[in-house]
Ligand binder design. Sequence first.
Ligand code: NIG
Ligand code: FE
Length: 457
Amino acid sequence: MKASPLLLTNISQLLTVRGTAKPRRGPELNDVGIIEDAAVLCAGGKIVAVGPTKDALKDPAVKKLKRKLTEFDCAGRVVLPGFVDSHTHPAFTAPRLVDFEKRISGASYEEIAAAGGGIRSSVDALRKSSPADLTGSVLRAFNQMAAQGTTTVEAKSGYGLSTESEVKSLEAIRSAAARWPGTVVSTLLAAHVVPKEHAGKPDKYVDEIVKKMLPLVKKRNLAQFVDVFIERGAFTLAQAERIFEAAERAGLGVRAHVCQLSPSELWPLLRFQPTSFDHMDHVNGEDIPQLARRDIVATLVPGANYFLGLREYPPARKLIDAGVAVALATDYNPGTSPTASMPFVLSLACTQMKMTPAEAIAAATINGAHALRLATSKGTIEPGKDADLAIFDVQDYREIPYWFGTSSCTTTVIGVEIFDAKELSPHHGGTELTEKKPKREILRVLRASVVKRELTD
Ligand code: NIG
Ligand code: FE
């Protein structure tokens, strides 16, 4: 059955985030294109028209559609483009509570990792997990994200660390994506740490990634990007270059975890035209002007700083003021950032990194879309873009980062379907994973909350 076109009306503030087709930088990040008392018309999964409610009701396109139209009265709420969470690690099976308590008693992330905890301690359980359970974990994470306004997600592997288990992780991401109405971009992060069977022989593991995993992942079309954790205790720049050369040969995009715990040279990576450099806490000051001249996005993930209890946060102000295109993401993962909440990340960006609420929203929408090469279809509310929207029960968009620790997202619109935030939350029994259920049923579209009414002239 073809879904009817959808008209959202009575939006107190519609943040269109319209603007240049390039990644947003400097003052552009502060311009979120607000329309007050607005309406949005969507049809066929796309945004068709955007404007003040009174004009929308007189619009010939709206009049022509008349009875076919489903109207959703936003009752004075705020509407944004769905968040684009451009950095997440959802393919894991269990929280890391031992690491959590060790850090509370004073051990650092690197000390815990060096003692055998950290990323390596998530590997055994992942290797043992069934594909269905792993898919269930990923889907629960996607639904938690959607419940808080996220409609596009980048999802990495990285806790399998063998050809079989990295492929299983990417397949789980693919199965979860097929059951979720939003958009998922997959990334192979086999180079997360060296697994214990290759301890002391990292190059052997890099060989496996280059010669076995990458060709297989390419052949099965399991990932669009390849990521490497470049850090002491993880992979060197030279190892990353080998992996990125293979990624380039396979026609896959490149992104990297860099400068999270210590500074790293960036220029040897530029020849791969990475779409994004992520974390960037310890970026060298002299690299900043270089980055400002390019379309590489610096993806900042302050949830990791919060959860690791760090005093310092990524230097957002320095980067933005120098003209670097900055994105914000959750970094959802069991070790450093177990949060699916983009609104919480926005709050951290404002309070800890001194980004304005407008900058944070542009970074979490259109610049996230650029970080995934999806900016022509995602990240703004403009005619022709995908109808991915998030509705918040606030009157002013600045309340989204202001109220922290609770979610004011009530509704997520993806395509022409409307999802109630409570129904998406796994704690409310939102998802039952059975192979053949269409995603529409799994996510229980709340038709009841749609106000249908005849449009008057
Ligand atoms: O982005 N730094 C590398 N990867 C993750 C942490 C993964 C983990 O500890 O499980 C991050 O912070
Ligand atoms: Fe990460």
